[in-house]
Design a protein around this ligand. Structure first.
Ligand code: DMJ
Length: 459
């Protein structure tokens, strides 16, 4: 297998793992969307307005709308405005100007991180730090960067472990840490946000802390180049040796590739190339029903489970950025097959036994994200056709009169009283961008964080 890693003159990252699927990033020229696609982009925009109106009416100032009980939910004792911060750049990109203005006013005047609450380092970074930074870059509002800097400063104590890998929780007021048991996704999904904060504030502490954590994790990879799904950040010992691309590890792959792309960091590019090669070698599973990625022991490579699910569907997007479009297309075909079994994708599916093992659908975006990346690289209309299916099924099964609800069981389509903030940040944004003309956001100009907040290399 050949492994070529190059950074183009534009600073774009491209890893080619060899084979026919390797194609250089295409130059994106202005493309006028066909009328039908412009109509679909408009439909998605209208759905954004619908769900936002529900949040505004029943949950204003709180973290999330509960769409069945028409009430609100906060993650902690006080609100951190999860939905407005996560949604703001989607409102800006869709030119929902009135909604974006009121979200900004709410954030500018009401959001305070001076709270005695212990927050999840990873979630607060990807949703809030990422959301504030991208909305600052899109709007130019200096208050958003001020808030991001205050938040970054309060999150920094999380990295004070013996290994440099962050604790799962940090208290925003006191800096007290807890949760030494963490995982590669939570440890390795911070460099885009912390790195961007460093670049915008000219303070290297954030980039350095996140990079040190990535290096500490990298040093603990197994002899065959894989990482497990749980690790103790104090001792550096693995708690679970299960390797996969699913929740708990997923965005670690993503941030090595994207960190190289956004910052031109060659060390991250080398790590990404090696990690993706190990995943292709040990996790990939060619079956009569297509290509899947399952579970193995990180030390022996022995297969333990043949599970894939809604979260894993992010991986084709990573493969696209890594230049392996052929493999990305084959894996996306499997994800789409999984979606169509019940008309919405399950959280977990056993692809060998062809059985749903966790039946919920949490309004997740990953399969749509991958369709968007593949469409950007190939212009193959099949990905917009997939988008039509996603939009149709979402509105058919998840929509209600005040927003969108998660699904308890994709077989019965019973609704669940939850609408996560990432539905605004990611699900609707990627669906919109899949149909929108290129001018809405030029794909090659940005790097999306794992919560779909586009970060622009302005430095
Ligand atoms: C998001 O918060 C992020 O995409 C994260 O990386 C994984 N899961 C959710 C959406 O499914």
């Amino acid at each position: 297998m050949t492994l070529a890693v190059s950074l183009s003159a534009l600073g774009l990252f491209f890893v080619c793992l060899g084979g026919a699927g390797c194609a250089a990033p295409r130059a994106s020229g202005p493309v006028v969307a066909p009328l039908a696609d412009a109509r679909l982009a408009g439909e998605v925009r209208a759905e954004m307005q619908h769900a936002w109106a529900g949040y505004r009416q029943y949950a204003w100032g709180h973290d999330e709308l509960l769409p069945l009980s028409r009430s609100a939910r906060d993650w902690h004792a006080g609100s951190l405005l999860m939905t407005p911060v996560d949604a703001l750049d989607t409102l800006l990109l869709m030119h929902l100007d009135a909604e974006a203005a009121e979200a900004r006013t709410l954030i500018d005047t009401k959001l305070s991180f001076d709270q005695d609450i212990s927050v999840k380092t990873f979630e607060i970074t990807i949703r809030l730090l990422g959301g504030l930074l991208s909305a600052h870059q899109l709007s130019g509002d200096p208050r958003l960067l001020e808030l991001a800097t205050d938040l970054g400063r309060r999150l920094l104590p999380a990295f004070a472990s013996a290994t440099g890998m962050p604790y799962s929780f940090v208290n925003l007021r006191t800096g007290a840490v807890s949760g030494p048991r963490s995982n590669p996704a939570e440890i390795g999904t911070l460099i885009l946000e912390f790195g961007t904060l460093s670049k915008l504030t000219h303070d290297p502490r954030y980039y350095d802390a996140a990079k040190r954590a990535l290096r500490a994790l990298w040093q603990r990879r197994s002899p065959i180049g894989l990482v497990g799904e749980e690790i103790d950040v104090e001792t550096g010992a693995w708690v679970s040796p299960l390797a996969h691309i699913s929740g708990g590890i997923d965005s670690y792959y993503e941030y090595l590739v994207k960190g190289a792309r956004l910052f031109g960091d060659r060390e991250l590019g080398t790590m990404a190339g090696e990690l993706l090669a190990a995943a292709n070698r040990y996790l990939a599973d060619e079956t009569p029903n297509g290509l899947w990625y399952g579970y193995v022991d990180m030390n022996s490579g022995r297969r333990t489970d043949t599970l894939y699910g809604a979260l894993d569907a992010f991986y084709p997007a990573v493969l696209v950025l890594a230049g392996d479009v052929d493999r990305a297309a084959r894996l996306q075909a499997s994800s789409y097959r999984m979606w169509r079994i019940a008309g919405l994708e399950p959280e977990v599916y056993d692809y060998r036994k062809e059985r749903i093992t966790a039946p919920g659908y949490q309004l997740r975006p990953e399969i749509i994200e991958s369709a968007y990346y593949l469409y950007q690289r190939t212009r193959d209309p099949r990905y917009r056709d997939m988008g039509r299916t996603f939009l149709r099924d979402l509105t058919r099964y998840c929509r209600n009169d005040v927003g969108y609800a998660a699904i308890q069981d994709v077989r019965t389509k019973t609704k669940r009283d939850r609408m996560e903030s990432y539905f605004f940040a990611e699900t609707l944004k990627y669906l919109y961008l899949l149909f929108a003309p290129d001018q809405a956001l030029r794909f090659d100009d940005v790097t999306f964080n794992t919560e779909a907040h586009p970060l622009r290399r302005t430095w």
